[in-house]
Design a protein around this ligand. Structure first.
Ligand code: ATP
Ligand code: MG
Length: 364
């Protein structure tokens, strides 16, 4: 039996609460013969309290050895005063860096049962299922020089540098096309080639990879500002959107809000393919943070975290039937009217974190 190594890093705040619900689902699959091997460790503020660092070397070793890391959330008011280098978020940054996680996948899915929670009209979002692929380790957030310089006359000048290499654009392009092949076979590449050299370059590289390796997938080039507009006007025209770090940051937040609540949104970050095994390092996490305002109260919506585990089933473990089954169970629970507070319509009864997890297991 193949075993799938999963490292759970629940973290702080609601992280442990929503991770517990995933453990129920792991247990369900395990009972039916799916070979999961799990380890659990600390990250964020809880790791700082235990070890004085936002992630321990032991946890980093476990992350390197795992097929997938499931990350909860980190931070909270308790750690507001800790030194910058060991702040809770440093745990996630270290994981991203050491695992080389360059591709950030943010699906925006609108379950029919929740279409009225969107700020857009039901017909615009109902059944929406798009995937934003954001380049995560390059571009203007990291390019050098990056500085504020004081000039001779005492005035100042600030510089950020948007910089991409061939290899960086090629690898994110391949991730996007690979995803599209297993979806609706369409990639929209967003840049600003009308005003930016990096945009011209991005478009050239994407076109070249498309022609050489993925000519059976539909490709369109779209200017990033138009893409933002189209996402709000008629988002269902998209399947996979691939874009750089900065535009991806903004476009994925727009797409997120098409679907309703933060408590519903999963994400994945993938690294380079191991040439021997074909596997990628991977970390899965909900888009939401540690939600200190509701932590410990059993109110958190675990669906973002459970959906993140679903992405691990699909993209790290090769278990797409199991991932489909889990997605369907989530859809069924929502369709039955079961909701946590964040997604309950006014006047609707809300249940807690555990009830949602239990209902999903029952639907499985
Ligand atoms: P971070 O900086 O870590 O991203 P944040 O300040 O953006 O955190 P979150 O922790 O994500 O904020 O919380 C934002 C709001 O959304 C809070 O009011 C929180 O209670 C709510 N929220 C976040 N996640 C969930 C969830 N899973 N279920 C219900 N409500 C949530
Ligand atoms: Mg946030």
């Amino acid at each position: 039996m193949a075993t799938h190594k999963l490292l759970l890093l629940p973290g702080d705040g609601i992280g442990p609460e929503v991770t517990r619900e995933v453990e129920k689902i792991v247990g369900w699959f395990r009972q039916r013969g799916v070979g999961f091997e799990t380890e659990t460790d600390l990250v964020g503020g809880s790791a700082y309290d235990a070890h004085g660092a936002a992630i321990s070397e032991k946890a980093m070793d476990l992350a390197q050895a795992a097929d997938a890391v499931l990350f909860g959330a980190v931070g909270g008011p308790k750690w507001d005063g800790v030194p910058y280098a060991v702040r809770p978020e440093a745990g996630l940054l270290r994981l991203r860096k050491d695992l080389g996680l360059f591709a950030n996948l943010r699906p925006a899915i609108c379950y029919p049962a929740l279409a009225d929670a969107s700020s857009l009209k039901r017909e615009v979002v109902e059944g929406l299922d798009i995937m934003i692929v954001r380049e995560l380790t390059g571009g203007v957030y990291f390019g050098e020089p990056k500085e504020i310089v004081t000039l001779e006359d005492g005035s100042q000048r600030a510089v950020d540098t948007q910089l991409y290499t061939t290899a960086e654009v090629e690898r994110i392009t391949r991730v996007a096309f690979d995803l599209a092949k297993a979806r609706r076979n369409k990639v929209s590449s967003a840049e600003k080639s009308n005003v930016m050299k990096t945009g011209v370059f991005w478009r050239q590289v994407v076109s070249r990879i498309h022609k050489a390796e993925f000519s059976d997938v539909q490709l369109e080039h779209v200017l990033a500002d138009n893409c933002a507009m189209q996402l709000v006007r008629w988002p269902k025209q998209f399947d996979v959107i691939v874009t750089d770090n900065l535009f991806g940051d903004i476009l994925s937040d727009i797409a997120a809000m098409l679907t309703g609540s933060l408590g519903m949104l999963p994400s994945a970050s993938l690294g380079a393919e191991d040439p021997k095994t074909g596997r990628r390092k991977a970390l899965y996490e909900p888009v939401h943070g540690s939600a200190p305002d509701i932590a410990g109260k059993g109110l958190a919506n675990p669906i973002a975290m459970i959906g993140s585990f679903g992405m691990a089933l699909r993209y790290s473990f090769g278990l797409s039937d199991e991932a489909d089954r889990l997605d369907q169970a989530i859809a069924n629970v929502l369709a039955s009217g079961t909701r946590t507070k964040d997604i309950a319509a006014p006047g609707m009864n809300a249940v807690g974190t555990q009830e949602i997890g239990d209902q999903i297991v029952k639907e499985l």
